[in-house]
Design a protein around this ligand. Sequence first.
Ligand SMILES: Nc1ncnc2c1ncn2[C@@H]1O[C@H](COP(=O)(O)OP(=O)(O)O)[C@@H](O)[C@H]1O
Ligand SMILES: [Mg+2]
Length: 356
Amino acid sequence: MSSYLSLKGINKSYGDFVALDDVNLEIKKGEFVTFLGPSGSGKTTTLMIIAGFEKATRGEVEIEGLSLAGLDPQDRNIGIVFQNYALFPHKSAVENVYFPLQMRKVKRKEGMRRAEEMLELVGLKGFSHRHPKELSGGQQQRVALARALVFGPDLLLLDEPLGALDKNLREQMQIEIKRIQKKLGVTTIFVTHDQTEAMSMSDRIVIFSQGSIQQADAPLEIYHRPKTQFVADFIGESNLLAGKVVDAASGILSSPVLGDCTYSGDHQPAVENGQDVTIVLRPENLTISRDPIEGRMNGRMKIETIVNYGDNALVIGLSGGVPIRVRVLGADVVILSEGDECCFSWDEDAIFLVAE
Ligand SMILES: Nc1ncnc2c1ncn2[C@@H]1O[C@H](COP(=O)(O)OP(=O)(O)O)[C@@H](O)[C@H]1O
Ligand SMILES: [Mg+2]
């Protein structure tokens, strides 16, 4: 599918400070894309530039190849929900949702009918005449969502819309937002700093760090094939170990902690013999045992800490002075105690390399 929204070479500076540094991204029509990154990494700034509330220092935002540069926010057909994008307190829910239609000169009768319909879609049938203060936080966000969608936007931008909600309500709203987005097929950018939220909701995740995009890929691709050390560290848990490629053609590397070991060649970055790399090993891809396991690669460590979570446990050991984290099923850990020497083992598939 071809690109619908394009961000081309976006830079944003505030004085000497570079908030966005050459952001390039192509989003397809109907796609649900999540911007994920630490606080201050440039997610909101990018959204503001797309919406037209901020002006890029350099670069272009295009929808279907047409630049939005000359258009004020109200002339861009974009729906927005922010964490604190307040509803009008003196208007009822339905009046709030009707408002963008009123701005677009839709007649009151027709507009109110569409607003009612949209409230029904977001699960607020029967709440039309309540004022914001008579609605819960989750219900208010549903009204805000209805208001952002009622005029049939080209794009829906959601900036941490669930940040203020408690965990259960948050999970319920994640499912609702996905359902509504799918039903309407609206191209959506969702901003969060919560990686499970990003993993569960998105067609694609865009990882931001310090004003640049580190990686833009499907959730499992991001998880299993992080392209940079930042992504490997930021997403899930990782053991990041220093290594050097010995033989790129046969997939052999050496590492102070892991020794000489083989890795599978699939989906690895292009590397050369002698090149320094970071080896990424996920804790859940390691197992521990008293003795080496035949058919797997084995290292040795001394267990420092065991953290029990009930269904699983995190075992942290030291191998040659370097911490190694292993996730094990709860039952497996009873054979081991803090202070024990043990083996940790992995398959060659479990290794992925980051070359930077
Ligand atoms: N108006 C502004 N003036 C100066 N710096 C700003 C302004 N707006 C944002 N920034 C800075 O730009 C960076 C990116 O901010 P932001 O896009 O809000 O990050 P995020 O949404 O990822 O948390 C931050 O370091 C922030 O302090
Ligand atoms: Mg932000």
